[in-house]
Design a protein around this ligand. Structure first.
Ligand SMILES: [Mg+2]
Length: 426
């Protein structure tokens, strides 16, 4: 959720000329919190905060919770102090991603394929080719807002403009549950009202640099000539981007991003953990989460990476590529245990012996990610040598495909009853 400053006076009617306004920026309102309310309607109207555990941070807060001063990235402990009666819920990334995927395919994807997904709850759309069928960009925005609300019981805000930068600022101004059109002829006036930090790409460091040159609003950027702006920004490329932005323009081409390069899951321990049972338990959870995401997205992975964080906040990680790609919990977990053993400098056999709780180096966090991804349909997934046993009845299929069927059945149970409902015993 955005915590950027926004001038209240920018939220008003800027006119109705839609000519040249081909960019929509769609942003779900308090997405994770709204999705929790969507499946628990009894929480409607209550301050809902996503992120539990003493060491976690707030991932999302409903607008009711924001009234207490709760914001994203705030420590959960602080949020509890600000809002002691808040409803604190754990992050259920699988549910949020799955709903996001459906919103993108069932709603946004019906308008155009020129969609650039920025995050699980945010996207740019170039609707130029859809205008013949839809007539006006605002008609598209209204339909999207109505569909998302009716089908998924969450709201979204939409900015409509002639450039991505203005569309993004407009959706922020329209929040929550609103829509704002900035006509092309008003774009410079609109961005000119913005404080520097409201602009995408201007962080605290760049803001400080520009302040030294007497620039504190976007409009001030136009008081500098190109040479001075280059000196102030520190590079000609950044200066050029700032100049375009100050006029309400950019050169962004809206196109589908190449699909993700990796999928990961990590968990922070409530207390620094050193028992092998606890550590392996969370490692297994991470592997199951990652593998389930792979299967949900019809992807397989070749490379497994394990990351740990020590109590002194140091990170360490190890990766390994498997001989053939996989999307199975057991394969990913098998690799992960070997990698973890290497990180902790212990024997992997000893580590994976479940009968004993071995003391290990204390850890604060364990994470697993997979990369070298490919589509399940186009990748030959060969059973590895340790999966084929001699004397198997060929009519039953190889052990790998049987495991795959079992896994698919378990996924169905999980989707229906929650991620803790069933898992393979390994
Ligand atoms: Mg959002």
């Amino acid at each position: 959720m955005s915590t950027s400053p926004r001038p209240r006076e920018a939220r008003r009617d800027w006119g109705h000329d839609e000519t040249g306004c081909r960019v929509l920026h769609i942003d779900m309102d308090a997405f994770y919190a709204s999705l929790e309310v969507a499946r628990h309607p009894e929480l409607r109207g209550r301050p809902v905060i996503i992120g539990t555990g003493p060491r976690s941070v707030v991932s999302a807060a409903s607008y009711e919770a924001r009234r207490y001063g709760v914001n994203s990235a705030m420590a959960t402990a602080q949020a509890r102090r600000l809002c002691p009666d808040g409803v604190f819920l754990p992050v259920d990334m699988r549910y949020y991603r799955e709903t996001s995927r459906r919103i993108f395919s069932d709603v946004l994807g019906r308008v155009t394929d020129r969609i650039e997904q920025v995050s699980v709850d945010e996207a740019y759309m170039d609707v130029s080719s859809a205008l013949l069928a839809w007539g006006r960009p605002t008609a598209i925005a209204r339909w999207i807002r109505a569909e998302v609300s009716a089908r998924f019981h969450v709201t979204c805000s939409v900015g409509i403009a002639s450039s991505a930068v203005v569309a993004k600022l407009a959706s922020t101004m329209a929040k929550p549950d609103g829509m704002l059109l900035i006509p092309r002829s008003r774009r410079e006036e609109f961005v000119g009202m913005m404080p520097l930090r409201a602009m995408p790409g201007i962080g605290p460091a760049m803001e400080r640099r520009l302040h030294l040159w007497g620039i504190s609003t976007v409009a001030d950027l136009n008081g500098l000539d190109d040479k001075a702006l280059t000196a102030a920004a520190g590079s000609a490329t950044i200066a050029r981007r700032l100049r375009l932005m100050s006029h309400g323009d950019d050169e962004r081409v809206i196109a589908p991003r190449t699909t993700e390069k990796s999928i990961g899951a990590e968990r922070t321990f409530q207390h620094d953990a050193s028992g092998s049972e606890t550590i392996l338990g969370l490692l297994r959870w991470c592997c199951q989460d990652v593998s389930a995401t792979l299967r949900d997205r019809h992807r397989v992975a070749r490379t497994v990476t394990v990351k740990v964080r020590y109590p002194d906040l140091r990170y360490e990680s190890r990766s390994h590529s498997m001989p053939s790609p996989s999307d199975l919990d057991s394969r990913v977990y098998h690799e992960a245990v070997i990698l973890l053993a290497r990180i902790l400098r212990v024997d992997s056999e000893t580590l994976s012996t479940h009968s004993q709780d071995h003391p290990l180096t204390p850890l604060r966090l364990v994470g697993v990610s997979v990369s070298s991804l490919s589509d399940t349909g186009t990748t030959a997934v060969q059973p590895s040598l340790d999966e084929t046993a001699p004397g198997e009845d060929p009519d039953l299929g190889d052990p790998s495909s049987r495991l795959r069927l079992t896994q698919a059945a378990l996924d169905t149970v999980r989707h229906k009853y929650g991620s803790g409902a069933a898992r393979l015993g390994f």
